[in-house]
Design a binder for this molecule. Structure first.
Ligand code: C5P
Length: 279
């Protein structure tokens, strides 16, 4: 049996450049892995089987974990069955990439269990076929992502930071948030300049998906302003939401927590993996 951690991600900045003719959006984003993790357990088995601690998560063939297993078998021409158990901690519909991370972890795990028939580059290349964010999770944890999200420029680890992740009870659907977006009305920030600032240590955090997400769920703007009043230096929605991440300590250690209700709260920090090891 192989047990692996499957980390969440945040988008330190997320710029949407334009809508493409295939319906996807061209984006430019700085992705960072964080140590809020699911656990995944893998063993060869007589039948494919996926089980999960969270009964609300579908475990049929539409789950990205089984799509990743199918992709791996198709690409490698290997024929095996696998039993997978998912211990879910990363909230869903949060913009934290939990499903994509689980898929990337599965590609890595099955490659290990099968004696590494594929290179990491192949796994990364294949991963774009089943989702836009999966490739990032095969990086070492910090990457500038463009295209649909699947074109990746790996970056050296940023200075380690701790953060708070706050997830309201309601989630958001990624396609719905993108559907609400009016790409032509966005501020025309140059992502290459923003990225250079980050690399120099100047964090300029923003997320172009906040506008459509807040339009769908107006209470997100309220939650963001409450968190900002708690003294965090950055309070930004991650991906297509509905979770926020907060950088900095916040005033009156912990006191803000009692004033903000009906949210899940996680403490986490940036993580990176070593070149030949998983998280
Ligand atoms: O690729 P993935 O399955 O994660 O994308 C989910 C949905 O999010 C897509 O069907 C699309 O509606 C939207 N999306 C987008 N542009 C991207 C990534 C996702 O419009 N770059």
């Amino acid at each position: 049996m192989l047990k692996l951690s499957s980390p969440a991600k945040i988008n330190l900045f997320l710029r949407i450049l334009r809508r493409r003719s295939d319906g996807y959006h061209e984006l430019a984003s700085l992705f960072q892995a964080v140590d809020l993790c699911d656990s995944l357990y893998y063993s060869f088995s007589k039948e494919d089987q996926l089980t999960c601690t969270d009964s609300t998560i579908p475990t049929d063939r539409n789950n990205l974990i089984l799509k990743a297993a199918d992709l791996f078998r198709r690409k490698t021409n290997l024929d095996f069955k696998v039993a997978i158990h998912l211990e879910k901690r990363i909230p869903i519909q949060a913009g934290l990439g939990g499903g994509s991370s689980n898929a990337a972890t599965t590609l890595w795990a099955l490659n290990e269990l099968s004696g590494r028939p594929a290179t990491l580059e192949q796994l990364m290349h294949w991963s774009g076929e089943i989702g836009s964010d999966i490739t990032f999770f095969l990086s070492q944890g910090t990457a500038y992502c463009t295209g649909r999200g699947e074109i990746l420029r790996p970056l050296p680890a940023l200075k380690k930071q701790s953060l708070h992740i706050i997830k309201p009870a309601e989630g958001l659907s990624t396609p719905e948030v993108y559907r609400r977006l009016n790409a032509s009305s966005l501020q025309q920030r140059d992502p290459v300049v923003v990225l250079a600032d980050f690399i120099d240590g100047h964090f300029n955090c923003f997320n172009d998906l906040e506008i459509p997400a807040f339009a769908i769920m107006p209470k997100l703007a309220q939650l963001q302003s409450e968190l900002k009043s708690a003294g965090f230096s950055v309070v930004l929605m991650s991906g297509s939401g509905s979770a926020f991440f907060c950088l900095g300590e916040g005033d009156q250690k912990g006191k803000w927590e009692s004033t903000i209700s009906d949210v899940q709260h996680f403490q986490a920090s940036f993580i990176n993996r070593l070149p030949n090891a998983w998280y």
